[in-house]
Structure formats: C-alpha cells, structure tokens
Ligand binder design. Structure first.
Ligand code: SER
Length: 319
C-alpha cells in the first residue's frame, strides 16, 4: 500500500480510518473521497480530499489517474435501515459503486478492501456461533448487496487476480462521527442520550443480542487484513470478525456504572427489529484469528468506559 484511496471517507468508518492510514503511510499518500457530507477541517489540512460520485465510473477514473492510487478502501454505502427505505438507491450505490471500484481496480492493478457485514446473513443462518461458511440468504436490500459484494470480490480475485480482501463487520460503536441509518445504531445513540439526558428509548427490544465492535478495533482489523501475507488467506473477502455480543439491557447496565441515574425504556421499531432478528447473535471469527491473527482489544466494559469518557469530552467541547 503506497497510494491509498478511501471512498466514503466522511462516513462513520472513513472519518477514523483516514487519519489512521495517514499516520501510518503519510498524509499525502491517503486520498479521502467523500460525497455529500461536508468534510472535517483536518481532512483538508492533513492530506488530499476530493469529492467522488461512486456511481459514476468516470469520476473514479479521474481520481485514480490524478493520484496514482494502488489500494482502495471502498467504504461508500447506504446502511441497512436507509437501504430498506430506498432499495433502488441502495442497489445503485452499494452494488453499482462496488462494481465500479472492482472494474477500475482490474484495469489499474489496485488492491481492494470491501467491508461486508453481519447484514450479509439472514433468517435461515445459524444465529449462535455463526460459522464462517454457512447459509446466508439475507432478506434486506443491504444484505443482498453485501452477500453479492462478497461473491463479486471473490470473482474478481479468482478470474482477474484483483487482490480483494474484506471482513464482515458487526455493529460499530464510535464517538467521532455518528453512523447514519443502521440497525445497530442504537448502541451509539444510547451513549449520546445517556450523557445528555440520562435516559434512552431503545428502538431494539430487550434480549436482542447482536455482535458489536469498538471503532479502534474495526480500523485496526481493516489495516491488518490488508497488510497480511496473502498466502495465509483462504477466505480473503468476508472474514467474520467480532469483539463482543450484548443486548440493549446489558449495555444499559454497563452505562449505569458510570451514569447511575441512567434509565432505558423500549420503543421498538418493527422494521429495525425485524432486521436485527435476522442477523447473528454471535459470529464465530476463528477463521480471521487463524488466517491473519485477528484479536479484538476492547470488550463491553473497556468500550463503555472509553466511549463515556471521550464522548463526554467531545460534548463538553461543543457546548
Ligand atoms: N451496522 C450496520 C447496520 O446496522 C450493519 O453492518 O446497518
């Protein structure tokens, strides 16, 4: 990895991946590409920033030529709940965008990181210790795009030799940039409400267990996988990775340790609840552990403590 393009750079993952990559590979070598969301100041100050419409291959071609890119972290996507509201747009951005990235990478010999998700699984998938290789058959547009994306990345590797790699991320928890329109977002929203209002109405019900991960682990996973010796990789494109699995009431109990007056109630959103009920409770990530040494650093306790400290500080600074 010498010249890296990050699409979706102003999103939840991108806004933290870009600084991490710039620290490791040099500011000028990491091109942040966003679309609608306005970039933070440091994106412009610490390295190149460009706008990119991922659905237009010419737009991508222009950026690749201008910056001589050899690796793409392709993060642009609509999340699950938004994708259910507008499935046509989700197909265009999530699948059309990936197709463009793979085609351009085939022609320009770029390596590609593609984030798949717990959303690539469906109601027939075993929900406990979900195996690496199992029934997927998702029933959301987000999931259809993710599972198709996994297969398309495999195809571009086996047929064209494109160095495609990827993970199935669980719900990601972070304080820097809020996620937009996901099913696992309650686990981020809850911290904002707990700190500011001491109460939260969860849109997922009690007992809804889902895999989750703190953002520093998610960033490290992406970089470690792209740096791994490719001869060790048998799965390449869709490694299950997880760090913790919890239900809303368990997260609330952890938060209460730091904010004793905090209370949680439940106002279940049937659409997002149905999506969550079709996803794994806990994935088996042993393939990632064995093939490239994946190991999370943050469990529920560590993540909660760090989130509360850092988000409280961030909120204080903006007041
Ligand atoms: N966090 C995503 C969502 O909820 C799943 O990958 O849409």
């Amino acid at each position: 990895m010498r010249r890296i393009l990050v699409t979706g750079a102003t999103g939840q993952i991108g806004s933290e991946l870009v600084p991490a990559l710039r620290k490791k590979y040099g500011g000028d070598n990491v091109i942040a590409a966003g679309h609608k969301r306005k970039p933070q100041q440091d994106f412009i100050q610490q390295g190149p920033y460009t706008t990119l419409d991922i659905t237009k291959i010419d737009s991508l071609e222009r950026v690749l030529q201008e910056y001589q890119v050899d690796t793409i972290f392709h993060l642009s996507a609509l999340l699950s709940a938004v994708a259910e509201k507008n499935p046509q747009a989700a197909w265009e951005v999530n699948m059309g965008g990936l197709y463009n990235v793979l085609e351009i990478s085939r022609k320009n010999s770029c390596a590609v990181f593609f984030p798949s998700s717990i959303g690539a699984f469906g109601p027939n998938t075993p929900r406990n210790n979900t195996p690496q290789d199992t029934i997927q058959r998702p029933n959301t547009m987000y999931g259809v795009c993710k599972v198709s994306g996994e297969l398309l990345c495999n195809y571009y590797f086996t047929h064209f030799g494109v160095d495609t790699r990827g993970v199935r991320y669980p719900g990601l928890i972070s304080y820097k940039t809020p996620p937009g329109g996901g099913t696992t977002d309650y686990a981020v929203d809850i911290f904002h409400h707990a700190i500011q209002e001491k109460e939260y109405a969860s849109f997922l019900d009690q007992g809804t267990y889902l895999d989750m991960m703190y953002m520093p682990d998610a960033i490290r996973a992406a970089i470690e996988l792209m740096e791994a010796d490719q001869h060790q990789l048998k799965h390449r494109n869709a490694f299950n990775i997880t760090a913790m699995s919890f239900a809303p009431e368990e997260l609330a109990a952890q938060i209460k340790k730091y904010i004793p007056g905090f209370s949680i109630s439940y106002q279940v959103d049937p659409v997002r609840q149905a999506i969550a009920d079709s996803w794994p409770r806990h994935m088996d990530d042993s393939a990632a552990r064995n093939e490239w040494g994946w190991k999370p650093a943050y469990n529920l306790e560590d993540m909660t403590k760090d989130m509360i400290e850092r988000l409280s500080q961030k909120i204080d600074e903006t007041l």
